[in-house]
Write a protein that binds this ligand. Structure first.
Ligand code: FMN
Length: 407
């Protein structure tokens, strides 16, 4: 079943499950049976019994939706404005075709990658996402355990619900660290000092979500009565335990998130330094000129600005501008091994996932994240073998046909 078909089927089943007409006939399972459409319990209710039942990472979405607090779910699932960028991140893959090369021994496929001296199982990494305890009580620690088991890069958010030291212990090595510039330079310096002491080798400054987000989907779909939220969020939704920022120095002059901030961090941070949220060749050039070690092409999973431009469309111009001088990573909308293969063909060094591992986390905790990684790593291996590529280096632009995205 192709993805469009299976997504359409999933949508149809969701519709059936919610339909009052079907409920009146004894529920979705009975209706499906009567109409010769009886499938697994998962297909009739959308809920997986075990992580192993998931055939694709998309299968986790409905299970997580049923288990996660509705307000937290709305926050995770949402985009901004009309959610068009969120959709664009997915839809772009339908317009990129694969050009498979044949007859290269598929037994030798190797998905491993070395990033700044550390070897990982695959180029798939776990994006920073804030407050992971809101999807499962073990939050970032469950993610770290799965990342460790699957030898996968984890990037921890400044807005995490667990401190970096604890995460690093579970991960068995220091995570990479995503930085949201705190209000003052003093607070920024204190945050970076803590991250350095924890041994994190790489930071990524997020620059695409600095003025807040207009998330209508979130506001429309979160519960109307928020009174129960005050237990965990005394100052309203969005507030809550933030172990990385709550003890930072207060006051001081407010810093702007601009290239001067990048320069200041560059001067003080001794490790590798990425910027996350670059989508144009002009900014890619500035990243190289300002001495950055890498770029993450990202639009925050369609959650920051309604650009209506997918990250995969932005990727080629960034890659062309950088000319291999620094690595270019990308995230946004990746749900299939073939999606990942396409980005690698367009010049990405590594590919991040956000919501898919949060679905796994919300559905089954560590075991769900583990299965999400297993599925994606397995799918990538399959497509590499069938496209005649034994190593990641062998994946080139010649393996894809794309529309003309010139700007
Ligand atoms: C619930 C949620 C929280 C996020 N929190 C952060 C964050 O704290 N810092 C950050 O740089 N990006 C954050 N992101 C964006 C992700 O790092 C990543 O860019 C995005 O999720 C990738 O798109 P995908 O979800 O379609 O895979 C968040 C995304 C989600 C869904």
């Amino acid at each position: 079943m192709d993805e469009r078909h299976s997504e359409a089927r999933r949508e149809f089943l969701k519709f059936l499950v919610a339909s009052p007409y079907v409920a009146a006939l004894g529920g979705a399972a009975v209706f499906l049976q009567q109409h010769g459409m009886a499938q697994s319990a998962q297909e009739s209710t959308g809920v997986l019994a075990t992580p192993a039942d998931a055939l694709s990472v998309l299968d986790f979405e409905e299970t997580a939706r049923k288990k996660v607090n509705p307000g937290h779910w709305a926050y995770m699932a949402s985009g901004v404005d009309d959610d068009a960028t969120l959709r664009a991140n997915r839809e772009v893959f339908k317009h990129i075709q694969l050009r498979p090369r044949r007859l290269h021994d598929p037994r030798k496929v190797d998905t491993t990658i070395n990033l700044f001296g550390t070897s990982y199982a695959s180029p798939i990494y776990l994006c920073p996402t804030g407050g992971e305890k809101s999807f499962n009580r073990d939050g970032e620690l469950a993610v770290a355990r799965a990342a460790r088991a699957r030898n996968t890069l984890q990037i921890l958010s400044t807005a995490s619900s667990t401190g970096v030291e604890e995460v690093n212990r579970e991960l068995g090595r220091p995570a990479w660290y995503q930085v949201y510039a705190p209000n003052s330079w003093e607070a920024n310096a204190a945050l970076l000092k803590r991250v350095e002491a924890a041994g994190c080798p790489v930071i990524a400054l997020t620059v695409d979500n600095i003025t807040g987000r207009n998330s209508e989907f979130y506001l429309r779909t979160r519960p109307k009565d928020l009174s129960q939220c005050t237990t965990c969020h005394p100052s309203g939704p969005g507030s809550g335990p933030r172990p990385m920022t709550e003890n930072l120095p207060r006051g001081g002059e407010r810093v702007a998130v601009d290239w001067a901030l990048v320069d200041n961090i560059r001067k003080t941070w001794k490790g590798k330094f990425f910027v996350k949220g670059i989508d144009t060749r002009e900014d890619a050039r500035l990243c190289v000129e300002h001495g950055l070690d890498g770029i993450m092409v990202s639009n925050h999973g369609g959650r920051a600005t309604e650009t209506i431009r997918s990250t995969v469309e932005a990727l080629p111009e960034v890659v062309a501008e950088v000319r291999g001088r620094i690595p270019v990573y990308v995230d946004g909308g990746f749900r299939r091994g073939t999606d990942i293969f396409k980005a690698l063909a367009l010049g990405a060094t590594a590919v991040g996932i956000g919501r898919p591992f949060l679905w796994g986390l919300g559905a089954f905790g560590q075991a769900g994240v583990d299965r999400v990684l297993e599925i994606l790593q397995g799918e990538l291996k399959l497509v590499m073998g069938n496209c005649g590529t034994q190593t990641l280096r062998e994946i080139t632009p010649a393996h894809v046909a794309t529309p003309d995205w010139k700007t």
